[in-house]
Write a protein that binds this ligand. Structure first.
Ligand code: F6R
Length: 241
């Protein structure tokens, strides 16, 4: 595992944007796997800036987001559809038809989620996957458990995640209890992965991810098995390494 320790959040965001921009310059038709949450906000801001300065062009890029809450409409201010448009898509030139974000199906027909993996395969697979990490070691919304799913699926969010994400909602009761997420197999299939981690509350998960035993109880630890993974952490997140 390649480990880059950034000076601070700004440095982390610039470095992450630099890696994404390099990938897109190298391959204009790059397939990007994208994450939401607080951590990549600065990276998206940097990428928007680079686009405005004509340093990067997303015209032929294809994107697949990792996850989406169940039961929130795409217009809901806390949905990941809304987040992605607000932080990134509205400001750059990714074509609408090239944007993919998982969608909840209220009948929970498992097969319909597999369609998302089929679309990823048909696009040629993910070239660069951007990840964040939960304080409990989740990746996407693959939560710690005795087993993990390979493909895109509907998942019950853990109490830790509901509590952590309640900061975005008016009250904890409003946080959705379920989400649709790419599975660990879909994530591990990416050719290259960068995982962004910022802040002290991520230090233990980052430690487990890099030096702990590989276990489904810390989904990020499975990334030790990936051939091309870079951890991009600020000093606080890297403090236990
Ligand atoms: C979101 C996602 C999640 C977040 C994680 C960290 O698309 O995949 O795994 O990366 O929950 O979230 P923040 O960055 O808000 O701490």
């Amino acid at each position: 595992m390649n480990i880059i320790i950034a000076e601070n959040y700004q440095d982390l965001s610039e470095k992450a944007a630099g890696i994404v921009a390099e990938e897109v310059k190298r391959n204009q038709q790059a397939v990007l796997g994208l994450a939401t949450g607080s951590t990549p906000e600065g990276m998206y801001a940097q990428l928007v800036k680079m686009f405005q300065e004509k340093k990067v062009d997303f015209n032929s890029v294809v994107t697949f987001n990792l996850d989406e809450y169940a039961c929130l409409s795409p217009e809901h201010a806390q949905s990941y559809h809304y987040y992605m448009h607000q932080h990134f898509f509205e400001h750059v030139n990714v074509r609408d038809e090239n944007i993919h974000i998982p969608c909840y199906n209220d009948k929970n027909i498992a097969d319909s989620y597999l369609e998302y993996d089929r679309m990823i395969s048909e696009a040629g697979g993910i070239d660069l996957q951007v990840l964040g990490i939960g304080g409990n070691g989740h990746i996407g919304f693959n939560e710690p458990n005795n087993y993990l799913h390979t493909h895109t699926h509907l998942i019950d969010l853990s109490e830790d995640t509901i509590e952590a994400n309640s900061r975005f909602f008016d009250s904890p009761g409003e946080v959705p209890r379920q989400a649709v997420t790419m599975g660990m197999g879909s994530i591990m299939d990416a050719l290259k992965i960068i995982l962004l981690a910022s802040g002290k509350n991520k230090a233990r998960a980052v430690q487990g991810m890099c030096t702990g035993k590989i276990t489904t109880n810390l989904p990020a630890s499975l990334l030790q098995l990936h051939r091309d993974i870079t951890l991009l952490a600020d000093k606080e997140a890297a403090s236990l390494l």
